[in-house]
Design a protein around this ligand. Structure first.
Ligand code: ADP
Ligand code: MG
Length: 635
């Protein structure tokens, strides 16, 4: 019989099992994707616990234990990639280098100085986090293909660093790494370290799940679209990118630590770029945006490689790494026909629990609201030029508390640019913008959001795979405080309940109360626009900025939207409505500001503006406004 390890296998599943019954009713906010996972982790923990300790005929052979150990090690790295690449949208080929740091740190410290491997783990994790912080601060700002290229560069350089350092044994590496000792247990055999590896994997899965279902998790999921939307709700996207980069790197370092003590020797080969690419493949094959995809991808690729290494020499009669070719072809096919990864197929068969109702929770604190008649927004001679084009030419207007002001004009008039100057997406070339008396023209979008400006987008920006409720909860980002640590450890429950209750309240307010748990992407365009308004309302704004909310809507949808805006006005909300459609604003707004070619050409009551010859000329004569390209928001 193999040595039994009562502590780890029993501690792990019960730790996960404990989470389930304790989940408050507010767990309803998790979308279908999250709901599947809670029983999944318990089930997996139970299976993994009994596999190696079944009575003799059923017991899995040593060889399978070894495979499972490697699957666990790879899964840890792939899990980091799910967070970084699949959910955060940043592709990394360099994760193997972080595995190397974790492995070399413990190898070096335990062989040279006889330091406990557990201190080596801490050292490796700290070193990795520090390096990831530095690398991330530089490379996470890169966009497009520069980021993957950057990850290749650091992957290569760390590999050659390991291989050229005398004190790291050059390409021979370090041998004689001690056996791990856990509370008196020597984890010498594959069967004993197996429990440690999988305990780490399941803890990592639970931590990523907790993170994703939280305030910072929603912000992380919003990173993929470029971050403009997340910044508008106060998310520090640059920092958050670095945070998930560190998170993924630390998971890789833990894998390296376990690897070093499983192998008892390290050399640079497994930490090279090839393996960095393999890790990425694992995540992609399994399903790069799914937590379980990481485990599945690690398992599939490990088993496939093992099977091909045995089968191909028999078929072809000679040895020659032919598996690499088959492996490549299979990958191409898989990516062609199952781009979302294999897990997305399996997930369809996985039972889902119906979402529970959102639990009532104490309301979040609210801002002091301006009195009716107070000036909420004052725009004074703002100016913006793009090269030689004056997109906004010394435009001034104000919004008083409780007013709906329409900023209208033909396409290309400079409405969206003005909107972006007010909301901090663009920096004004001149002039001032004040929100409730405070100058804001020098602030970025995040700081302006914090001061009470809520906005929607000309082209709807929501997270289609996330529930309506979670999309709207993102709007309340600045009203919560829980960061990554508190979320991973689930110390954020009360705040989460409050954020979710607030999101549900705002959805009720705008009339989407019946759609809380649907996927946001399944709503009609009109409902998506209204979802965006609810999301903006979640931030408890002093001023609501709407960019062409009626564009593309059907007649009935427009009427519903107008009714909603009137209702918000009646509730005391101040609104700046940028709109192309004159009819839509006519019966809705208190005053209109009309722009053409960047310049304000008229201002006043809707009926008076409609009669204004300059306005008639702008709308009916002159430019064929359908031909003017609408630049809209920067991507
Ligand atoms: P509107 O929203 O009223 O349709 P915009 O504010 O989008 O108009 O555009 C005003 C003018 O500024 C247009 O001529 C447009 O082509 C130009 N413009 C807008 N954004 C940019 C940009 N980022 N770079 C260069 N030109 C731009
Ligand atoms: Mg526009």
């Amino acid at each position: 019989m193999p040595p039994r390890l009562p502590e780890i296998p029993e501690a792990e599943p019960s730790a996960s099992a404990r989470r389930d019954p304790k989940l408050p009713p507010t767990s309803s906010h998790r979308n279908a994707f999250m709901k599947r996972q809670v029983p999944g982790i318990v089930l997996l923990a139970a299976i993994l616990t009994v596999l190696p300790i079944l009575p003799q005929p059923l017991q899995i052979p040593e060889y399978w234990v070894t495979l499972l150990n490697y699957i666990g090690l790879y899964a840890l790295v792939a899990l980091g990639l799910v967070l970084l690449t699949g959910i955060g949208g940043m592709t990394s080929f360099g994760q193997a280098a972080f595995v190397g740091i974790g492995a070399y740190a413990t190898a070096y410290l335990s062989t040279q100085y006889g330091i406990s491997p557990w201190l080596g783990l801490i050292a490796g994790v700290l070193l990795t986090a520090l390096l990831a912080l530095c690398l991330g601060a530089v490379t996470m700002r890169l966009s497009g293909h520069f980021l993957p290229l950057g990850t290749i560069a650091w992957g290569l350089s760390l590999y050659f660093l390991f291989g050229n350092m005398d004190w790291l044994g050059k390409y021979d590496g370090i041998n004689g790494i001690p056996v791990l000792n856990l509370l008196g247990w020597h984890l010498e055999s594959g069967r004993s370290i197996y429990y440690l590896i999988w305990a780490f994997v399941l803890l990592a899965v639970a931590s990523v799940q907790n993170l994703l279902a939280s305030r910072p998790g929603r912000a992380i999921r919003a990173l993929k679209g470029g971050g403009l939307m997340a910044e508008a709700f106060g998310v520090d996207t640059a920092w958050l990118r670095v945070v998930i980069f560190i998170y993924a790197a630390v998971l890789a370092a833990v894998s390296g630590f376990l690897y070093a003590h499983l192998q008892r020797s390290v050399n640079p080969t497994p930490f090279g770029l090839n393996h960095g690419i393999e890790y990425l493949f694992m995540a992609v094959v399994g399903g790069v945006s799914q937590v379980w995809g990481a485990l599945l991808g690690a398992a599939l690729l490990t088993l496939l490689q093992d099977w091909l290494q045995n089968l191909l020499p028999k078929l072809l009669g000679e040895n020659g790494n032919f598996e690499i070719i088959v492996y490549g072809i299979l990958l191409v096919l898989l990516l062609q026909y199952a781009r979302d990864g294999v897990w997305s197929y399996l997930a369809r068969w996985w039972p889902t629990r119906p979402p529970a109702a959102v639990a009532p929770a104490p309301a979040l604190p609210q801002r002091r609201r301006p009195q009716t008649g107070e000036t909420v927004l004052q725009v004074e001679r703002v100016r913006k030029t793009f090269g030689g084009l004056v997109a906004v030419n010394d435009v001034s207007f104000t919004v008083q508390a409780g007013e709906i002001i329409g900023l209208i004009g033909p396409n290309g008039a400079g409405k969206s640019t003005t909107f972006n100057l007010v909301s901090g997406v663009l920096k004004a070339g001149g002039g001032t913008v004040s929100l409730c008396g405070e100058r804001i023209e020098h602030l970025n979008a995040r700081a302006i959001a914090r001061r009470g400006m809520g906005r929607t987008f000309q082209h709807v920006r929501l997270l289609p795979g996330m529930s309506v409720l979670e999309n709207v909860a993102l709007g309340a980002h600045l009203r919560g405080r829980a960061g990554v640590w508190r979320s991973v450890l689930k110390l954020n429950r009360q705040e989460e309940a409050q954020l979710m209750a607030e999101a549900a309240r705002q959805l009720e307010r705008v009339g989407l109360g019946a759609h809380l748990h649907e996927e946001a992407g399944s709503l009609a365009l009109g409902q998506q626009r209204i979802l965006e308004i609810a999301r903006a309302l979640c931030a408890d704004p002093l001023l609501l900025l709407l960019d062409e909310p009626a564009a593309g809507l059907r007649y009935l949808e427009k009427q519903q939207l107008a009714a909603l805006l009137k209702q918000l006005k009646a509730e005391g909300m101040s609104v700046l409505l940028v709109e192309h459609d004159m009819d839509f604003v006519m019966n809705l707004t208190d005053r209109l500001v009309v722009m053409e070619f960047g310049t304000k050409i008229a201002e006043g009551l809707p009926d008076a503006v409609r009669q204004d010859p300059a306005v008639l000329e702008a709308y009916l004569g002159g430019v064929d406004d359908e031909l003017v390209v609408d630049a809209g928001e920067p991507a």
